[in-house]
Design a protein around this ligand. Structure first.
Ligand SMILES: [Zn+2]
Length: 558
């Protein structure tokens, strides 16, 4: 119904275009504003409202500047305005055209390639501008029409965004968001009742160990690497064992994707209560990432360490803003992988003609973060008098695939955040080899770090663990038993400095008990070791929808 009403309004305006003399010119500014609203409209919830300001100033500002320059050069306001509008249409429709054509091959030519599309767009723009400059017409009609069309487009999309934001009973825009924030709810949820009380007994004289928790994102277990990547990883795990690590033979993640898996590990508990509280259809990520109370920033593990006088350090922060982690004392490698630290500007830029370069820039940021993490890891304890808990979430071997085995930069040539992009499966880009390279690079850097720390510190605790396994050919919506096995089998390697406590580590373990074991072993707590369970999830589509796959997983283990 709403769609119909919108269409009628649209037609009414089109019919009433007045072709008058010397119309006022405003279309370049509306057209420049359009991509910002359009990108926002498909990311409502992902992008915060205040992020509108910077891209609007920048993009509409540059349209104004370009318009003034051209007006001065051409001495013709209407021509200048039309060229600006054409330039912005060409510039910002590039990425969309690219994405559509990317699926199309004519003969052997891939139309969706920068080499073909870029010249075509430049020629189109050049030709259009040439015609506008050369024409002898007054361009009154053209200006009126472009004015009207720009009003119609902006109005329609603003109405849609308005309806979507304020009353989504009849949603018009299909969401493709990942992180959803409820702007109008400032309600902080108190999760404390879900977590049991704890007490620690540490004597004043004990020198507390530094604790290093290194999440290697998406790092599969050895048997999975062998089966799906044809890579024998035993050299690495043997080296770890020689240094005193215990590697769980049958380790599993409790949840199949990062956000929820890490939150569960850091809170030492299953978090299925979120599904009961919020409904399993909820896509509100505030309970996870909400500053001060979300289960990610305000997690039990950090709070426990803080209560014992530890300093806490977060490494590998790229997707979460630093100010969103109030319990963290230091985050030395923080860098944004978003253009000017603005997600809306980044998304608009990515679909523009310079999208290719923005992607390469973001990859380089990502590389710098990872290299910085490994460089800082052995130095962290020097920054504080107090013992430290280091929480390092490293995007290795997880996509993007940007490193060779020795850290040489690799260009993926594919969209940066494209875990499940269909193209990965059938392109010449050999994703499994590249993935293996990133595993090798992660191994190399991890061993370097471990050697330095064990040499430097008397009694460190080191945990190298992945939040889930790999996802080669995995159907998230409808997984086979093998899919579940592959995605949930993770690496879990724990280093306890003394033999006595190493005996507490077993071959059958899941991430939920990692820190329960650590606190019981070294801090005199009495945490119950939870029963191992595993859940399949749909990731960003419905973060709190969980399907119990424990029986599948445990069959494998026993
Ligand atoms: Zn992950």
């Amino acid at each position: 119904m709403l769609n119909k009403r919108l269409k009628e309004a649209f037609l009414k305006i089109i019919m009433s275009v007045e072709l008058k003399k010397n119309p006022k010119i405003f279309h370049p500014f509306l057209i420049a504003f359009f991509p910002i609203v359009a990108i926002y409209s498909v990311n409502i919830g992902l992008i915060k409202l205040e992020e509108f300001i910077l891209p609007t100033l920048l993009i509409v500002g540059s349209a104004t500047l370009l318009f003034l320059c051209l007006k001065y050069i051409l001495k013709n306001t209407k021509k200048a305005a039309l060229i600006v509008s054409l330039a912005f249409i060409v510039f910002f429709s590039f990425g969309h055209t690219y994405n559509v054509l990317d699926q199309v091959d004519v003969g052997n030519i891939d139309l969706g390639s920068n080499k073909i599309l870029l010249p075509v767009f430049i020629i189109l723009f050049g030709l259009g501008s040439f015609l506008i400059i050369k024409t002898k017409r007054t361009l009154d009609n053209a200006t009126s029409i472009v004015n009207t069309v720009s009003i119609v487009f902006i109005s329609v999309i603003l109405v849609m965004v308005g309806i979507e934001t304020f009353a989504c009973n009849e949603c018009l825009i299909e969401r493709n968001t990942s992180w959803y924030f409820d702007f109008f709810s400032n309600e902080k949820i108190d999760f404390s009742s879900y977590f049991e009380d704890h007490s620690f007994s540490i004597s004043e004289n004990d020198s507390l160990p530094n604790v290093y928790f290194i999440i290697l994102d998406g790092y599969p277990r050895n048997d999975v690497l062998k089966e799906y990547v044809n890579f024998d990883n035993s050299e690495f795990t043997n080296a770890l064992e020689q240094k005193g690590f215990h590697i769980a033979e049958n380790s599993y993640a409790n949840y199949s994707f990062s956000g929820v898996s890490i939150v569960s590990t850091m809170n030492m508990d299953y978090i299925n209560f979120l599904a009961d509280d919020l409904g399993e259809d909820s896509i509100d990520y505030n309970p996870i990432v909400g500053k001060d109370y979300g289960l990610y920033p305000d997690n039990q593990v950090i709070k426990n360490f803080k209560s014992m006088g530890y300093k806490t350090v977060k490494l590998g922060t790229a997707t979460i803003y630093l100010y969103e982690l109030p319990l963290v004392d230091l985050s030395p490698c923080y860098k944004s992988i978003h253009l000017m630290d603005n997600r809306l500007l980044d998304a608009v830029g990515n679909t523009s003609m310079i999208g290719y370069f923005i992607e390469r820039w973001a990859e380089e940021q990502q590389r710098q973060i990872i290299l910085c993490d490994f460089e800082e890891l052995p130095k962290i304890s020097d920054y504080f008098e107090e013992p430290v808990f280091v929480w390092s979430h490293i995007m290795l071997p997880h996509y993007p695939l940007i490193f060779g085995p020795n850290g040489e930069p690799v260009t993926p040539g594919k969209p940066l955040i494209a875990m499940n992009h269909p193209e990965f499966t059938d392109s010449s880009w050999d994703i499994k080899t590249q993935f293996m390279y990133q595993v090798q690079f992660a191994n190399k850097k991890s061993l370097e770090f471990i050697d330095r720390i064990i040499e430097k510190e008397k009694n460190p605790i080191i945990i190298i663990q992945s939040d889930h396994g790999s996802a080669f050919g995995v159907n998230i919506e409808d997984p086979t038993n093998d899919n579940v096995f592959q995605k949930l089998s993770n690496l879990s390697a724990i280093y306890f400095p003394d033999e006595k406590h190493r005996k507490m580590l077993t071959d059958d373990r899941t991430n939920v008990n990692t820190f329960r074991t650590v606190f019981n072993a070294y801090y005199g707590s009495n945490y119950e070791i939870l029963e191992d369970r595993a859940y399949w999830g749909l990731s960003v589509k419905k973060p709190f929808w969980f399907e119990d796959v424990t029986s599948l997983i445990l069959q494998e283990g026993t």
